[in-house]
Design a protein around this ligand. Sequence first.
Ligand SMILES: [Zn+2]
Ligand SMILES: [Zn+2]
Length: 648
Amino acid sequence: MSQISLTFPDGNKCDFAAGVTAAEVAAAIAPSLGKAAISASLDGKHWDLQWPITGDARIAINTMKDDAAALELIRHDLAHVMARAVQKLWPEVKVTIGPVVENGWYYDFDRDEPFTPEDLGLIEKEMKAIINARDPVKTEVWDRSRAIAHYVAKNEPFKVELIEAIPGDEPLRMYWHGHWQDLCRGPHLQHTGQLPADAFKLMSVAGAYWRGDHRNKQLQRIYGVAFKNRDDLKAYLTMLEEAAKRDHRKLGREMELFHLQEEAPGMVFWHPNGWTIYRTLMEYMGRRLRRADYREIKTPQVVDRVLWERSGHWEAYRENMFIVEVDEEGAKEKRINALKPMNCPCHVQVYNQGLKSYRDLPLRLAEFGSCHRYESSGSMHGLMRVRGFTQDDAHIFCTEDQIEAECAKFIALLSSVYRDLGFDKFDIKLSTRPEVRIGSDETWDKVEGALTKAIEKLGLPYEINPGDGAFYGPKLDFKLTDAIGREWQCGTFQVDPNLPDRLGAEYVGEDGAKHRPYMLHRAILGSFERFIGILIENYAGKLPFWLAPRQVVVASIVSDADDYVNEVVAKLKDAGLRAEADTRNEKINYKVREHSVGKVPVILAIGMKEVEERTVSLRRLGETQTESLPLDQALRDLVAEATPPDQR
Ligand SMILES: [Zn+2]
Ligand SMILES: [Zn+2]
């Protein structure tokens, strides 16, 4: 028998007989590894321990310590185990497909009766029994005709249809979890006992059409989540609970911030409270940008397709653009315009007005640019994914030599803004040159080097996404972590020599000749809409005082205090605070409860004692204690607290 050479992660090589399985390789290294093994990586491909290895390769044996492999297998094997459990409980149910998804898996079943929450409990119990039985997982390769005959005999029409839809006549892989069989590419675990019986949960049932087509039969999709251990599952479920409490759509209603409606899908109707947050954030960003030597501009919403053709968006992005056709006077044809999906081409138009010299660079043009992008209705989600939004956009026009310094300045600004807004932790990802690209390797080396040096000089950690850059340049993505550990990608920094070239931007260099500038696309928040959604969820609605739309409610305890209440409100307003009076004839506890739901950070309660002493009784959101303060002192304290972080 021929020999093959396998290379291990430590560089050691070892010869094996061709056809050896990864399980045999693992056992040969150490019997304990043979037991602990869950799968292998063969030349980077996830490899089932039972599959034969027929040629030289790099191999690594995976155990439960290898998170990515472990989670994929746990979730995938559980899909099979769940289908087996369902057919054990209800043998008439037909099985279809069951892929791994984020945090878990789903499986689509054809059953006349709907699955109830009680059914999910029964299925979970049966799954645990299968796990405890430690049933071996076996795999075989069958040819198509045998597989089809098998499923016809078993009356599994969906499986027959699946096989018939696979092109060619390659043999098919079958898997058994104990006696229960499914068509599957694999890989899988060695036996069901490798699954953690206490780290999964069936979450929900939803309708789903067979093969995602509404003309097909409607199936029932059961979702499950799974992790490596009980603690991870618990942490995930707690996070879900916490996220539901913080849902910005729910808080948006309770705080009267915004609404969405059918007639304008994905476009936000901002109410006074929500718009106050928006304006406050926008003014803050405006000050930060001005101080960082950006110049603010404003460019048109509706732009002729000719410009989008020149910029390349018409070809690459047409499906996501809102088109506006106009019967222009005297024109034979309709004039076709698009609502801008991004601001970049318009910024080059501003740059192109008038001759630029190297002395004008770097030129930083900022716009709170209102953009529209067509997103499918299924992908939209509150403020987090919308069709109409405003970016905190800017483009820096500069020379190649200026990229590093601009990148460093940008990251410093971004981290300071994130800190001001309450996010101390963010991750940086550097996406480097892809396979298909323009520009010389020398240029790529230089530009990627500039970004790397900028990050490293700031002493920040970063990860590399090899090959994930745009075809014309590398980019940085900035992901912040919120209060419950969720990550949100917000900031970007992208190096682009391409658009200035397409749109003919140039500058006169020191040598007197014309050169192309680079264009750096950058955003810190991403969009105001989404960022406000993130802020609301991060703070669970309890926004920092300077951002809170309603800062102070002055509430009367008795109607005789009304005059003083109005005087206090007037003083607060004069000092620039957002204050309102509540002199309704209601109990003070009722008023406090209502304003707590509205997430008003400070309530000043006023009774006759306060009127006589010219004090206020200050109560903070979420606290039961009140503090009695002289009016003047309360005013001073609140004004200081309301000062935005960049003005303190
Ligand atoms: Zn499978
Ligand atoms: Zn841009």
